[in-house]
Ligand binder design. Structure first.
Ligand SMILES: Cc1cc2nc3c(=O)[nH]c(=O)nc-3n(C[C@H](O)[C@H](O)[C@H](O)COP(=O)(O)O)c2cc1C
Length: 431
């Protein structure tokens, strides 16, 4: 247990976006850079390894009734690396849309500007196709094939202009030894890129995060990722996921501990169970349930929940079948979790919508800090998690104040001391 449990904070977990309905928060706060910097500094001081920004490349009229991150995550990361000292930033970029040359430049720039603090969450996207000239989303297999080629091109571009090429030969009039900067001449199924990159590459490969859940996604993560995020609501599913992933990691010829599994997690905390339940139920307002009815359609349009009564079980005719989900081109993993919840004996629509709204398919606990620490320890020791990506719950500040000290007391976690994100996460060097 040399590495210890690692912790990443999610973007909305505190600060004005999470607290937007409270009377002291104004819309101007949501877009105020100082507020975002204050949150990042708070996350850094709390001892998280990194702050994570998602990205979805399309306006969602239901989800965006709540404030979302009001900036492109890479642009915000560029602004915040100058306002923090050691915190890592995990920023999302799609391989389905956009070009590897652009992304290789931006990420190399962020890596060098931050001293190795920026990670790339590689996503294949399940929305946004109409913003990029496509009528439909490519099938999952195609998205992952393109993702692999995208990544291979980015790696080759990063290597094409190594930092050692900068020789600063003043007498000879050469800042760069151009013989070290090589074309990549890539011609593949999805991309033709001659290279080389016109900016120096990163000192070492930035940390790659991925969240593949399908067989193709797991294979991609096992081959490429340093960290996987995953939505798994209970230990059994987490162990099943981690087992399948680790088998693929071994099959890809990598050491099993060269990849960290970090499930999403959120806690609703109280001094006793009743107080924790009250903390949770404060977040269940009628409009939250109504949004969940519509948001779930994003996962599968076979969830027909809009006209149903809240306090009755959901008829099977209003739910997708397994075959419906298998045939879907979008994200299946979350829909499968919601379907499982809906099929639990006695589950009412209210119960399912509450879970969708508050847990989003992630591991969630409504409990005392001690019970939460027990459960996180259980997942860690069982090999289901190397750490957690911590979301809002009843307030991440409470998690920081009440749970993190318990994890430290038990010797499970200690604040990171490294500057670069690879070091903070205890990951081996790559590339
Ligand atoms: C914690 C977490 C964060 C994610 N963030 C994003 C994101 O920012 N953008 C995105 O398009 N997909 C995101 N995803 C979806 C994954 O990239 C992936 O598509 C999903 O887990 C389904 O896996 P599959 O693609 O193998 O079916 C996220 C998933 C998880 C679990």
């Amino acid at each position: 247990m040399t590495r210890g449990l690692r912790l990443v904070a999610s973007e909305h977990a505190f600060g004005p976006i999470a607290r937007w309905r409270e009377p002291d928060v104004t819309p101007a706060d949501i877009t105020d850079l100082d507020q975002h910097a204050a949150y990042a500094q708070w996350v850094e001081d709390a001892g998280f390894d990194a702050l994570f920004y998602t990205d979805f490349l399309g306006f969602d009229p239901v989800k965006q009734l709540n404030p979302r991150l009001p900036f492109d995550p890479m642009t915000l990361t560029a602004a915040l690396i100058g306002r923090t000292e050691h915190l890592g930033f995990i920023t999302t970029a799609s391989t389905t849309f956009g070009a590897p040359f652009h992304l290789a430049r931006s990420l190399a720039s962020l890596d060098r500007l931050s001293g190795g603090r920026v990670a790339w969450n590689v996503v294949t996207s399940f929305t946004g196709e109409r913003n990029f000239g496509l009528d439909g989303l490519p099938a999952p297999g195609q998205r992952y094939a393109r993702a692999q080629e995208f990544l291979d091109v980015v790696d080759a571009l990063w290597a094409s202009y190594p930092q050692s090429a900068v020789v600063d030969d003043k007498a000879g009039g050469r800042y760069v030894d151009v013989s070290q900067v090589r074309s990549i001449d890539h011609v593949g199924e999805y991309f033709s890129v001659s290279g080389p990159l016109d900016k120096p590459g990163p000192a070492q490969r930035p940390v790659l995060v991925q969240a593949g859940s399908s067989p193709a996604g797991i294979a991609f993560a096992a081959r490429n990722a340093d960290v996987v995020f995953v939505a798994v609501p209970d230990l059994e599913q987490a162990l099943d996921y981690a087992g399948r992933l680790r088998a693929e990691v071994a099959a890809a010829g990598r050491a099993p501990d060269s990849l960290l599994v970090m499930p999403g997690f959120r806690a609703f905390l109280g001094r006793d169970d009743a107080e924790a339940r009250r903390a949770r139920s404060r977040h269940v307002t009628p409009d939250v349930l109504e949004k969940a009815r519509r948001v779930v359609l994003r996962e599968s349009d076979h969830f027909q929940l809009t006209d149903l009564e809240l306090d009755v079980p959901i008829p099977a005719s209003h739910l997708p079948t397994d075959a419906d989900l298998d045939a879907s081109v979008g994200r299946r993993s979350r829909a499968q979790i919601y379907l499982r919840w809906a099929r639990e004996p006695g589950a009412t629509l209210r119960h399912v919508l509450e879970r969708i709204a508050l847990e989003h398919g992630h591991f969630a606990l409504t409990a005392t800090p001690d019970a939460v620490a027990d459960e996180l320890e259980r997942w860690f020791v069982a090999g289901a998690a190397d750490g957690f990506m911590v979301g809002y719950g009843s307030g991440i500040a409470q998690f920081v104040d009440e749970v993190m000290p318990l994890l430290a007391e038990r010797g499970l976690w200690k604040p990171p001391t490294d500057h670069d994100l690879r070091g903070r996460l205890g990951l081996p060097e790559r590339g």
